[in-house]
Design a binder for this molecule. Structure first.
Ligand code: MOS
Length: 732
C-alpha cells in the first residue's frame, strides 16, 4: 500500500482497541523470566560454548604480536578467534570501525580476540593468559583542540536525522548586529553512553552453511545485511533473530561485535557459542552519543520577535564518521527571517560516535532551550510567552511548506496552566524551603517524525485467531502490544485472539526500532497487510460489496453476518503487504511537539539538585496505547534528567578512552531520583503521517528535558550553568 494522500476514515478510527491503555502482552513473559533473550536460547542452541571477548588495550596503533599458546592449553578451551585466523572479513555498511580489529587498532576496546571454552569461567580464565604486545600510535583525543581545525560537514544518518554542513536564510550577521536584544552563548554536552540493561549479547549456531543467530538488535534487516557482508556469505544464509531486547537506545541499531564474534567462534569450534559483551567493555567497544560544543546566537526586537537565530555545533568521530546533528531542531522550531546553522566535525580516535536516543535533537535542545530561557530573561519576558510569540506554522526555511500538525503553543500553554507556572518567581534565587532553594524551569520539546517502509504478514487461522508476523523489534517499547491492538481493530477481534511474532528475519522486513519511527510505521505496515486480509476474507465469504464491517468476530454486510473464522474453514488465509510512502512527508513537515516543566530543589549548602516535579505535554499524532506511550515518555524524561545532572563519559585525553566504562562510574537516575512525573497527550490524529494517523513519541519525551532541568536550577539558584551535566560543584 502506498500512502500518497491524507488518510481518510478507516477502521482504526473506531478506536475500540487502538488508543486504549493496554498492558504489555509480553509483560508476563518478561517479568517471569520466561521471555528468552539472546543469551538464553538454551532450548534452541543446547550445549552452547561460552565466548569471552578481549578488547584492545590501546586507542590507536598496531598489534605487534599476540601469544595464544598458554590460553589454548588452558582447561576447557575450545578455540580462539582473532583477525589473524578468522579468514577474510569485510566491513559492514553501518559501523565506522571494523568490529574485529587487528593488526590495526582503530579505538580502545575494539575487539581483537574471542576465547571460547566449555564454561564461562574457563573462557574468562583463559582470556587472562592471552598476551598482546602493541605498537601504540599517537591519536586525537581532545575534542576542543581537534575542533580548532575541523571542517564544516553535513550529516545524514541512516536513522533519519540530517542537516547540511551550513544553511543560511536571509542575512544572519546583519540582522544579529542590528537587533536591540541579543544573546551569544556557548554550551557543551559530554559524551553519553547508552547504558542499556541487557548488554550486547548473541547466541550463534551453524547448520551446515547456514547461520542461525539470536542477537539483541533493533534493526533485523540492517543487522542481517551487515553480518552477511562482513562474513562474505549470502544474506539468505542467515536467520537473524531478536524477539526480545533489553533496551537499545540506538546502541543496538547496528550489528555489534558480539554477533560477529559469536558467528566466527561457532564456526571455529563447530558448536553453538554464546557471547555477552562484558559490561566494562561496552562503553568503549560500542558507539556512544558524541560530545558537542555548541554556540547559539539570537537577536530579537524589544517585543520578543526573533529577528536572527544561529546555531553552530561541533563534534568529533573516528575517520569516516559523521557529526552529531545538534542543529536539526533550530531549523524548524522557531520563526525568524534570518537564520544560520552549521556543523563542524573533528577527527577523533575515541570510540565511534553514533545515534543515541533522539540523535541531534536531544543534545541540540539541551543547548537551544537554555538559550531561549536566557533570551527571555534578557527581554524581560516569561519563557513560555517568548516561545509562544515565536511560534510558526510553516517551515521557517521554506515558508510554503506547512507542518502537518503543530500544537506547540497548546503544549506550552496547557503545560503552564497544569503545572502552576504562574507561581514561578521570574527573579531567580527567591524561593526557599528549609535548606532547599526551589526553582521552576521549562522547555519546548521537539523531534521530527520519520516515515519508513514497513511490511507485515497476517494470517487468519482456522480457529479464527489472527497471527501477525513482522521483523519489527520490541526493545521494551510495547511493539508487541500496539501491533496486536492494530490487528485486533482491523480484523474486529479481541486482543486475546491475536498472536504477534516479531524480531525474525523469516518475517517481512519492517521499519524496525529507532528514531521514534517504530510504532507508527510498524503498525501502519500491519494495517496495510490487514487491509489485504480483509479483502481476502470478504472474497472467501462471498461478500461482493466493499462496505462490510469487521466487529465482534463477525463479518457483516448487506443483511448478512458471518463468523470471521468461517473464512479460514478450509485453509488458513494469509495476506502480506507493506506501507510505503509517497511525497506527503515532503510536502508537509512531519514533526512532534511538546513542553516540559520541571521543579527542582537545590541544596543551598552542598549544591545537590533534587527533582521535585516533572510534567510533559506531548502532541504527537494519535496515541496508539496511552499506557505504553506514557511509559516511553516517563522513561525519556528520566533519561533527560540523567543528561542534565549525571551522565558523562569522562575522556582520558592522554590514552584515548572513556574512563568510567561501567554502571558504577557512569551514573544514571534511579527511581529514588525521580519523585513525580506526569504526562499529558493532546488529542491529535495526523492524517498526513500514515493511515494510523500516529507519529513517534518516545524520543520527543527526551528532547528538551535537560534544558528544563537546567532552567529550573538557574531559577532556583541564579547560577547559570551552560556545561552539562550540572554536577553540584558548578552551582556553588
Ligand atoms: Mo534510536 S538512537 O532512535 O535507536
Amino acid at each position: 500500500m502506498k500512502f500518497t494522500e491524507p488518510a481518510g476514515t478507516n477502521p482504526i478510527d473506531r478506536m475500540t482497541v487502538v488508543g486504549r491503555a493496554q498492558d504489555r502482552i509480553d509483560g508476563p513473559r518478561k517479568t517471569t523470566g520466561t521471555a528468552p533473550y539472546a543469551y538464553e536460547r538454551h532450548a534452541d542452541a543446547p550445549d552452547a560454548a561460552y565466548g569471552w571477548i578481549i578488547g584492545a588495550a590501546i586507542a590507536k596503533g598496531r598489534i605487534r604480536s599476540i601469544d595464544l599458546d598458554d590460553a589454548r592449553g588452558a582447561p576447557g578451551v575450545l578455540g580462539i578467534v582473532t583477525a589473524g585466523n578468522a579468514g577474510p572479513l569485510a566491513k559492514g555498511n553501518f559501523n565506522t570501525a571494523k568490529l574485529l580489529g587487528g593488526p590495526e587498532v582503530d579505538h580502545y576496546h575494539q575487539v581483537i580476540a574471542i576465547v571460547v571454552a566449555k564454561t564461562f569461567e574457563q573462557a574468562r580464565a583463559a582470556a587472562g593468559l592471552v598476551r598482546v604486545d602493541y605498537d601504540r600510535a599517537s591519536g586525537s583525543f581532545d575534542l576542543d583542540s581537534a575542533l580548532k581545525t575541523a571542517p564544516l560537514v553535513g550529516g545524514d544518518s541512516n536513522e533519519g536525522n540530517k542537516a547540511p554542513a551550513a544553511d543560511r536564510v536571509g542575512d544572519f550577521e546583519k540582522a544579529f548586529a542590528a537587533a536591540p536584544v541579543t544573546l551569544d552563548a556557548a554550551y557543551t554536552t559530554p559524551d553519553h553512553s547508552h547504558a542499556m540493561m541487557e548488554p550486547f549479547a548473541s547466541t550463534a549456531m551453524w547448520k551446515g552453511d547456514e547461520l542461525h543467530i539470536w542477537t539483541s538488535n533493533q534493526m533485523i534487516d540492517w543487522g542481517r545485511g551487515d553480518l552477511a557482508k562482513t562474513l562474505g556469505i549470502a544474506k539468505d544464509k542467515i536467520r537473524f533473530m531478536s524477539p526480545y531486547v533489553g533496551g537499545g537506545f540506538g546502541g543496538k541499531l547496528f550489528l555489534r561485535a558480539d554477533a560477529i564474534m559469536a558467528a566466527l567462534a561457532a564456526r571455529d569450534v563447530g558448536r553453538a557459542v554464546k557471547v555477552a559483551m562484558q559490561r566494562p567493555l561496552m562503553a568503549n567497544n560500542s558507539t556512544h552519543r558524541p560530545a558537542t560544543r555548541q554556540r547559539i546566537r539570537i537577536g530579537a526586537a524589544k517585543d520578543g520577535t526573533i529577528q536572527a537565530i544561529a546555531h553552530e555545533s561541533g563534534s568529533g568521530d573516528l575517520p569516516g564518521g559523521g557529526p552529531e546533528t545538534a542543529v536539526n531542531q533550530t531549523q524548524l522550531l522557531y520563526a525568524g527571517p534570518n537564520r544560520l546553522t552549521a556543523m563542524r566535525l573533528a577527527v577523533l580516535n575515541l570510540p565511534e560516535g553514533n545515534s543515541m536516543r533522539a540523535p541531534g535533537e536531544a543534545p541540540g535542545m539541551m543547548a537551544l532551550e537554555i538559550a531561549m530561557d536566557e533570551m527571555a530573561e534578557k527581554l524581560g519576558m516569561d519563557p513560555v510567552a517568548f516561545r509562544v510569540k515565536n511560534d510558526t506554522q510553516v517551515d521557517p526555511q521554506k515558508p510554503d511548506r506547512r507542518f502537518s500538525q503543530r500544537q506547540l503553543v497548546r503544549c506550552l500553554e496547557e503545560g503552564a496552566q497544569r503545572f502552576g507556572w504562574s507561581r514561578r518567581h521570574a527573579k531567580p534565587g527567591q524561593v526557599r524551603d528549609g535548606r532547599w532553594l526551589v526553582g521552576m524551569g521549562m522547555a519546548a520539546a521537539f523531534r521530527n517524525h520519520i516515515n519508513r517502509r514497513s511490511g507485515a504478514r497476517v494470517t487468519l487461522q482456522s480457529d479464527g485467531r489472527v497471527l501477525v508476523e513482522t521483523d519489527m523489534t520490541d526493545i521494551g517499547t510495547g511493539s508487541y502490544t500496539i501491533i496486536a491492538q492494530t490487528a485486533a481493530e482491523m480484523m474486529g477481534v479481541g486482543l486475546d485472539r491475536v498472536e504477534v511474532r516479531l524480531g525474525d528475519s523469516a518475517y517481512p522486513v519492517s521499519a524496525g526500532s529507532g528514531g521514534q519511527f517504530g510504532a507508527a510505521n510498524a503498525t501502519a505496515g500491519v494495517y496495510a497487510a490487514c487491509v489485504k486480509l480483509r479483502e481476502a476474507v470478504a472474497q472467501t465469504l462471498g461478500f461482493n460489496s466493499a462496505d462490510i464491517a469487521f466487529a465482534g468476530g463477525q463479518v457483516s454486510g448487506g443483511n448478512r453476518s458471518v463468523p470471521l473464522r468461517d473464512a479460514a474453514k478450509s485453509a488458513p488465509l494469509t495476506a502480506e503487504d507493506k506501507i510505503e510512502f509517497g511525497d506527503l512527508g515532503k510536502t508537509f513537515q512531519l514533526s512532534t511537539f511538546g513542553s516540559h516543566f520541571v521543579e527542582v530543589g537545590v541544596d543551598a549548602y552542598t549544591g545537590v539538585v533534587r527533582l521535585r516535579r516533572m510534567l510533559a505535554v506531548c502532541a504527537a499524532g494519535r496515541i496508539l496505547n496511552p499506557k505504553a506511550a506514557r511509559s516511553q515518555v516517563i522513561g525519556a524524561m528520566t533519561m533527560g534528567v540523567g543528561s542534565a545532572l549525571m551522565e558523562e563519559l569522562a575522556v582520558d585525553t592522554r590514552f584515548g578512552f572513556f574512563v568510567n566504562h561501567d554502571l558504577a562510574g557512569y551514573e544514571v537516575p534511579v527511581h529514588a531520583d525521580i519523585p513525580h512525573q506526569e504526562v499529558i497527550f493532546l488529542e491529535e490524529a495526523d492524517d498526513k503521517a500514515n493511515p494510523m494517523k500516529a507519529k513517534g513519541v518516545g524520543e520527543l519525551g527526551l528532547c528538551g528535558v535537560g534544558a528544563a532541568v537546567a532552567n529550573a536550577v538557574y531559577n532556583a539558584t541564579g547560577v547559570r550553568v551552560r556545561d552539562y551535566p550540572l554536577t553540584l560543584e558548578k552551582h556553588l
